[in-house]
Design a binder for this molecule. Structure first.
Ligand SMILES: [Zn+2]
Length: 346
């Protein structure tokens, strides 16, 4: 399949960070407008290179590049623009359903309240949905390494049914267990928001288990370290307790291949995407951070085809898996699935 045919396929994406997907020109313009002088360069090509954290091989190094995008997202106008442009760029890439996430607490450095931050993002998303053929839901992130996740949860539930569809824990995984945020997780679930948690990106199966069994996550962000709970034996792979739970309950895994290559320093063919898929795990394909990983969902589809043997029917299956795992009402889900099925049938 050529790139253009991959781009034209209707796609769905569950794991996409708002502050990881800015246009580089927008970063420069916003920095200029607010007098932010700390960008490494104001040349678009050079800044594109800089953000492409290529082989940093460290999640912490990768996360540090967010300082700049977050610094320019401190006014309602900037946040609205970034959210609108994210929707526009995703639609251009053939994405018909997206969940975009960010941590509003990080956008309060210049005095905005979480609610103002969320309203600005929701306004940008509404504008993108009015312009383009795309459905977008917002996921509110709390940071694992911040103490006040309950305030994030409270702000998220205020916009349940008004554009906010889910809640997530993001940030450094080691040393910051998901169940430190049990109260926040319980609150959002009580109010009917979807719950996904970054787990098993860097840390192992026990981190995934905490997210699922203790916090009640419905989906797992990344989850690729589940591989360390799978042993290859002579008579086939042997799944440990957590791996068996994740597979047998068909917990959706939000796999973001390029992001993992960058933060974990692994080779394309060594990424566990293909193996997890063939073992029957509920795999979805996502970009994580389009700017820092210099990637689109079309690129991730191409990655699956080129490095892991995915055929068109496999791409159909992971797209349907994403829609089935989406935090969306069933009526919308059915319409989106029908569109995807029709496109793959033609
Ligand atoms: Zn992520």
């Amino acid at each position: 399949m050529g790139r253009e045919s991959l781009r034209s396929l209707p796609k769905a994406e569950l794991h996409n960070h708002l502050d990881g997907g800015l246009r580089v020109e927008t970063v420069i313009e916003l920095a200029d407008a607010i007098g932010y002088r700390d960008l490494p360069t104001s040349d678009p090509a050079a800044l594109t290179e800089w953000f492409d954290q290529g082989d940093s091989g460290s999640l912490e190094g990768y996360l540090a590049s967010f300082d700049h995008t977050i610094a320019v997202m401190q006014t309602p106008e900037a946040i609205e623009r970034v959210a609108f442009e994210a929707g526009e760029d995703l639609a251009t890439d053939g994405v018909i359903y997206a969940e975009i996430r960010f941590a509003p607490v990080l956008n309060t450095a210049r005095g905005l309240r979480r609610e103002a931050v969320l309203e600005a993002a929701l306004a940008g998303i509404s504008r993108a949905m009015a312009k383009d053929d795309i459905v977008i839901g917002l996921i509110v992130d709390a940071m694992r390494n911040f103490p006040d996740s309950l305030s994030d949860a409270r702000s998220a539930i205020r916009y349940a049914g008004k554009g906010v569809v889910g809640f997530d824990l993001a940030g450094p995984e080691f040393g910051f267990p998901a169940d430190d945020h049990l109260a926040a997780c319980r609150l959002v679930r009580e109010y009917g928001l979807g719950l996904t948690i970054h787990a098993g990106e860097a840390d192992g199966p026990s981190s995934i288990h905490r997210a699922l069994a203790r916090c009640g996550a419905q989906r797992i962000g990344h989850g690729i370290q589940i591989m360390s709970d799978i042993r290859v034996e002579a008579n086939g792979p042997k799944l440990g307790g957590v791996a068996a739970m994740v597979r047998d309950r068909q917990i959706p895994l939000e796999i973001c291949p390029r992001s993992n290559l960058h933060t974990l320093g692994i080779e394309p063919g060594d990424h566990p995407l293909g193996e997890l898929y063939r073992l029957g795990f509920n795999v979805t394909l996502n970009t994580d951070n389009r700017l820092m990983s210099r990637v689109t969902l079309t690129d991730e589809f191409g990655f699956a085809v080129e490095h892991h043997g995915f055929r068109k029917s496999d791409l159909h299956r992971v797209t349907a898996a994403a829609l089935n795992a989406a935090f969306v009402d069933d009526g919308t889900r059915r319409i989106l699935l029908e569109r995807v099925d029709a496109a793959y049938a033609s």
